[in-house]
Design a protein around this ligand. Structure first.
Ligand SMILES: NC(=O)c1ccc[n+]([C@@H]2O[C@H](COP(=O)([O-])OP(=O)(O)OC[C@H]3O[C@@H](n4cnc5c(N)ncnc54)[C@H](OP(=O)(O)O)[C@@H]3O)[C@@H](O)[C@H]2O)c1
Length: 285
């Protein structure tokens, strides 16, 4: 039985992965931002789980919440085999940038700084596992922006913001962080990033959209892959026997090439260093 923490476990892909892994007998630590939605998801996850999943509150946009979640996790398990950084904000109705109390743009804070800090805080628990793994999540949509790079001098600058740009920017950071983490861990930890294609959103997500967006989104949602399929992808990676298939893989676990700028080692080091500074220089084991 593996101990597997997954963020955004109450919805979409994260929920399917959590349910599959729990049904297979693993101890799932379900990190959810809303405890009400989390409890509802856990009732479903635990209906077929030999070992009940543990619900942990975590708002990834808030460093204090991330720290509290890591502390609670440490009280629940002695080691962590797998961390799946799945949760993300991609709300296309956020036409104007929002900023956290720390002054970070919301997509950057939630989709990059939060997972970075959570991974660091969970470092000691991961280090205590025999074969620890970190699974990050990016988007196939990045193929539409092959020249994307980190805007080092414009982070949190509203001038270039659109929800799509902010989203892809943070997803590029996920790929780069995965590559750097794997290098820094030097064989003590495996890290991979999944390139997720368009995936069908849960009905409640679609229902919450404004009418126009709902209409525009309907054809894409019909064509998109079922969330169960990507849940299986996460579950296969989490329980993969042997070395992971690559640092950046598609939904079938085939290695794929990351955007060119992700291969720039200097840029990756710079990203790591600024992420350290922005998250209060957490200690890594
Ligand atoms: N769906 C797609 O077409 C697609 C395509 C490419 C990549 N992806 C990626 O796949 C992953 C899963 O997406 P999905 O399709 O399963 O979407 P989803 O159903 O909307 O799930 C997103 C999850 O992230 C959580 N979340 C959002 N903001 C959070 C915060 N501040 N703190 C903690 N949790 C937060 C949500 O919690 P709440 O329930 O509280 O909102 C929800 O559980 C994401 O990383 C996404 O970027 C999805």
């Amino acid at each position: 039985m593996l101990s597997i923490a997954i963020t955004g476990a109450n919805s979409g892909i994260g929920f399917r992965a959590a349910r599959t892994l729990a049904a297979a007998g693993h101890h799932v630590l379900a990190l959810c931002r809303d405890l009400g939605r989390g409890r509802a998801a856990l009732a479903d996850i635990n209906a077929h789980a030999p070992h009940p999943a543990t619900l942990i509150h975590a708002d990834l946009s808030m460093p204090d919440s991330v720290k509290a979640a890591a502390d609670q996790l440490a009280q629940s398990v002695g080691h962590l085999d797998v961390l799946i950084n799945n949760a993300a904000v991609f709300d296309q109705t956020l036409r104007e940038p929002r900023f956290t109390a720390d002054g970070h743009e919301l997509f950057w804070a939630t989709n990059h700084l939060g997972p970075f800090l959570l991974t660091a805080h969970l470092g000691p628990l991961l280090a205590a596992a025999d074969r620890p793994r970190v699974i990050n999540v990016a988007s196939k949509g990045l193929l539409s922006t092959p020249r994307i790079r980190i805007r080092f001098d414009q982070l949190d600058d509203p001038s270039w913001y659109s929800p799509t740009r902010a989203y892809y920017h943070a997803k590029l950071a996920q790929i780069m962080t995965t590559l750097t983490l794997a290098e820094k861990a030097g064989g003590c930890l495996e890290a991979t990033c999944v390139r997720v294609p368009a995936v069908r959103l849960d009905p409640d997500r679609v229902a919450a959209m404004p009418r126009l967006l709902r209409v525009l989104y309907a054809p894409k949602n019909r064509m998109a892959a079922p969330a169960e399929r990507l849940g299986d992808t996460y579950a296969r990676l989490a329980t993969w026997d042997g070395s992971l298939p690559g640092p950046y893989v598609d939904e079938h676990l085939n290695p794929v090439r990351a955007p060119a700028s992700a291969h720039d080692r200097t840029a990756r080091e710079r990203l790591w260093s600024l992420s350290q500074t922005a998250t209060g220089a957490p200690a890594w084991p």
